[in-house]
Design a protein around this ligand. Structure first.
Ligand SMILES: [Mg+2]
Ligand SMILES: [Zn+2]
Length: 180
């Protein structure tokens, strides 16, 4: 029983890609290696049914490091989106960590850009991820966040909630929304 959720007003949920909706294959440039995590399709279906928008916000530093091309990264994301049955917005940071960009999570750029593309304020958005960088990006943008295991790095420093899997993350986010 959720009694303190502030999910009312939630309009969109953005997901990290690697380690959150797909099993992480470092610097993957091959769509054939895409394996969705259990519950990913169900999570996106549930959000659509609830009338919420969906998105993917993903750091792909393999591009900036010269390990994969932007086209390869985009092909992998396109395969993820296809298997999820479509998402409303995708934002990708192609930069290496030392480029000092405004979009590589935990910077807020991807979350802000994706929210703006849907005409939403960051406060109407939640981010689901598996890393402190996801929580940091959401926190910096003014969005809510839920971290799901196997979090490689728990959410140090940034305001966030935690759930054992994607279904539980949506339980947390949708409780108050569904009651409206
Ligand atoms: Mg991740
Ligand atoms: Zn960037």
């Amino acid at each position: 029983m959720q009694t303190s959720s502030d999910g009312a007003g939630l309009r969109a949920v953005f997901f990290d890609r690697d380690g959150t909706v797909v099993h992480d294959v470092p610097y993957n440039g091959d769509p054939a290696k895409v394996r969705l995590v259990d519950g990913a399709v169900e999570a996106f279906t549930r959000l659509r049914t609830a009338g919420l928008r969906t998105g993917i916000v993903t750091n792909q530093s393999g591009i900036g490091r010269g390990l994969i091309t932007a086209a390869q990264a985009d092909a992998v994301t396109a395969e993820v989106v296809r298997r999820l049955g479509g998402v409303d917005v995708v934002r990708t940071c192609p930069h290496a960590p030392d480029e000092g960009c405004a979009c590589r999570k935990p910077a807020p750029g991807l979350v802000l850009s994706a929210a703006a593309a849907l005409g939403l304020a960051p406060a109407e958005v939640a981010v689901v991820g598996d890393s402190s960088t996801d929580a940091g990006a959401a926190d910096a943008a003014g969005a809510r966040s839920v971290l799901v295991p196997g979090a490689r790095t728990p959410g140090e420093g940034a305001v966030h909630e935690e759930a054992p899997d994607l279904a539980a993350a949506l339980d947390l986010l949708l409780t108050a929304t569904a009651a409206r």
